[in-house]
Design a protein around this ligand. Structure first.
Ligand code: SF4
Length: 335
């Protein structure tokens, strides 16, 4: 590890998908906010990454960036403690990506599990592009340029951190000096919250609750959530294991309420509307402070823009120092 990374710097990013939902909150943002207590955090809007799969969609940016960062701020990402910045505002990421591409074997990229998986999953899109193959290397550059000591990971991203370590090792070996810092995966507890239909929560599946959703709308969405299909009539017993509402109880309810659900559902002692009431209350209680915290930023998006601009400048200092080391190591002259 180089001297620069003796501290505990963490880096993570998110593609600008606009308003975030409860799945993002439980799966990432709560964790990001917690990490601020023990680490120096760099959180970035990964807009170039969005282009690797949605290269034809220029509507991705602009308001989407602001809307997403409002949700970061409203859920406790604190610009006084974390650098919040925009990937495309720092061309240094692209320069490091290019320089690393000179030494990264193609086979390393082809064997990243998400390469084939995503090509299969996003079948309707033409992903046989240079940019899509190279996106794990762009991600490696995102990490290495900030000397990040840790990258929070859940599941499949562990392979990306491993690739980043290999890329750094190869670069350092070729140039005979510890120029780049090998990051480590930081396995952190995250909670998976499914969508209203039990699938992964996603805006494109139309099964999400956004963090600033109107309370009446939240209530309506939960009231009309599908339940165990075997419970056609109120008198039919059900099985919580086959019901997406149960997964919400697992996250939000205490033992006593869960026991009430288990007994009431399997004996048809309670109806699904009764069962959903505590979930509605918990979700509304969770979202209320987020909505309130977001409002001043919604009213004044210029403030969000300023926070990002300031974060860009902080990030530029660190990225610039790394690029000086990289260019020196490669013998690139500075003109
Ligand atoms: S009672 Fe609750 S757990 Fe059982 S099917 Fe209805 S909503 Fe689902």
């Amino acid at each position: 590890m180089t001297e620069q990374a003796e501290g505990k710097r963490v880096l993570s990013g998110m593609r600008p998908t606009g308003k975030l939902h409860l799945g993002h909150f439980h799966g990432a943002l709560k964790n990001w906010a917690r990490l601020q207590d023990g680490y120096e955090c760099y959180y970035f809007v990964a807009d170039w990454h969005a282009l690797t799969t949605d290269y034809g969609d220029t509507g991705l940016f602009g308001n989407n960036v602001i809307d997403m960062v409002i949700d970061w701020l409203a859920t406790g990402i604190d610009p006084a403690r974390s650098s919040i910045f925009l990937q495309s505002a720092l061309p240094e990421h692209a320069e490091l990506h290019l320089l690393l591409s000179m030494t990264t074997p193609l086979s390393w990229l082809e064997r990243v599990p998400s390469y084939k998986e995503q090509q299969n999953r996003l079948e309707g899109k033409s992903l046989d592009t240079y940019g899509f193959l190279g996106y794990p290397l762009l991600q490696a550059a995102d990490i290495l340029i900030y000397d990040a000591a840790f990258v929070p990971v859940g599941g499949d991203q562990a392979a990306h951190v491993e690739l980043t370590r290999e890329v750094a090792r190869r670069f350092n070996h070729l140039h005979g000096a510890p120029v780049l810092t090998e990051p480590r995966a930081l396995h952190t507890p995250v909670t998976k919250l499914p969508g209203l239909d039990g699938q992964k929560m996603s805006k494109s599946y139309n099964n999400s609750i956004t963090l600033r959703e109107d309370p009446g709308q939240v209530e309506k969405k939960i009231r009309t959530m599908p339940t165990d299909p075997a419970r056609i009539r109120r008198s039919d017993p059900g099985d919580p294991a086959k019901c997406p509402v149960w997964q919400f109880h697992e996250l939000y309810s205490d033992d006593e309420t869960r026991q009430w659900v288990r007994e009431g559902c399997t004996s048809a002692g309670i109806g699904c509307i009764d069962c959903k009431k505590p979930v509605i209350e918990s979700v509304l209680a969770e979202l209320e402070p987020i909505r309130k915290a977001a409002q001043p930023y919604v009213d004044n998006p210029g403030e969000v823009r300023d926070i990002i601009l300031e974060g860009n400048e902080k990030a530029r200092q660190t990225a610039g120092a790394t690029m000086d080391r990289v260019r020196d190591a490669m013998g690139l002259s500075r003109w």
